[in-house]
Ligand binder design. Structure first.
Ligand code: NAP
Length: 275
């Protein structure tokens, strides 16, 4: 018979969100713990917004070894942190909490690092001085804008709610024609909205005609198969990057901080696709 598990010495980490039942993070992180033989478990904690601060404090006073943060808590959780990294200050959101001892917590944002690592892995491109079009200006887009600025890209942003676009870069009108025109000058086009997540058709709003062999198309929504927009971009010869890579690498960066161990990226990728 297998030894009883978990035991009193099993360490735990998890993801907080509301709702959180759809999260792929438990499959990814538990695969990593198994691959390294670590006596750790990763759980999903549904936490209503009204209980956020009490839950975060309670978890870290209960020995929690690390938390991922997802919608809708990424901004509000900053108020629960005793310190935050420069990335959190610049982006205005945290997706990773790291215990500092005595219940104290550091907030970090690994979405920017995850975005860049997935890009470097799937479709490396020199962004310095180059134009990039980002569609979307929500929380994830803020992290991506920070990442692209670090790489020296010139950012153009189209968003349904126009004034949010102007906060992140040179605003482009949220029309197909304006986005096609902007995309034709860009080495990278990022769809940082949830458009295209649950559909079998390419959303009519998104640029496509301007994409080709000289372009990288990147959609950050995560699904097991490419979004129709990404598939259509690949059909036009563009290199493509999907959201699973970003999810993987933001998680790997968090895992490294919690465990102090090199993350087993291949095992985490396998855990994600099995999840
Ligand atoms: P968010 O803060 O709610 O922002 C949503 C963005 O999508 C906004 O720009 C919003 O425009 C736009 N949008 C939503 N529905 C739209 C529609 N029907 N037409 C046009 N624009 C629409 O969400 P978020 O946190 O940035 O997340 C965005 C997506 O990225 C989600 O699908 C999320 O799951 C995914 N994500 C992936 C990763 C990863 O690791 N791969 C990480 C984070 C997020 P308005 O400003 O006009 O509302």
């Amino acid at each position: 018979m297998d030894a009883p598990w978990p035991t009193a010495s099993t360490r735990f980490a998890g993801v907080i969100g509301w709702p959180v039942g759809h999260s792929l993070s438990p499959s990814m992180h538990n695969a990593a713990f198994r691959a390294l033989g670590l006596d750790w478990a990763y759980l999903a904690f549904p936490i209503a917004p009204d209980h956020l601060e009490g839950a975060v404090r309670g978890l870290f006073h209960s020995g929690c070894s690390g938390l991922s943060v997802t919608i809708p808590h990424k901004q509000a959780v900053i108020a629960c942190c005793d310190e935050v990294t420069p990335a959190v200050e610049a982006i205005g959101a945290a997706n990773t909490l790291v215990p500092l001892g005595d219940g104290r917590v550091r907030g970090d944002n690994t979405d920017a690092e995850g975005f860049l690592r997935a890009l470097d892995e799937a479709a490396p491109v020199d962004l310095r001085g180059q134009d990039v079009l980002m569609i979307g200006a929500g929380g994830a887009a803020r992290a991506i804008a920070f990442a692209l600025d670090e790489r020296g890209a010139r950012l153009r942003v189209a968003n349904r709610t126009a004034d949010r676009a102007a906060e992140l870069g040179d605003a482009v009108a949220f029309t197909r024609a304006a986005m096609e025109e902007a995309a034709s000058d860009c080495v990278l086009v990022v769809n940082a909205t949830s458009l295209g997540m649950g559909t079998d058709d390419v959303p009519t709003e998104l640029p496509l005609d301007a994409l080709g062999p000289g372009t990288v198309a990147y959609a950050i929504v995560y699904r097991q198969e490419p979004t129709p927009w990404l598939a259509a971009a690949a059909g036009r010869g563009a290199r493509t990057v999907d959201g699973l890579g970003m999810l993987l690498h933001q998680g790997a960066a968090a895992f490294a901080q919690w465990t102090g161990t090199e993350p087993p990226v291949d095992a985490m990728r396998a855990g994600l696709t099995a999840g």
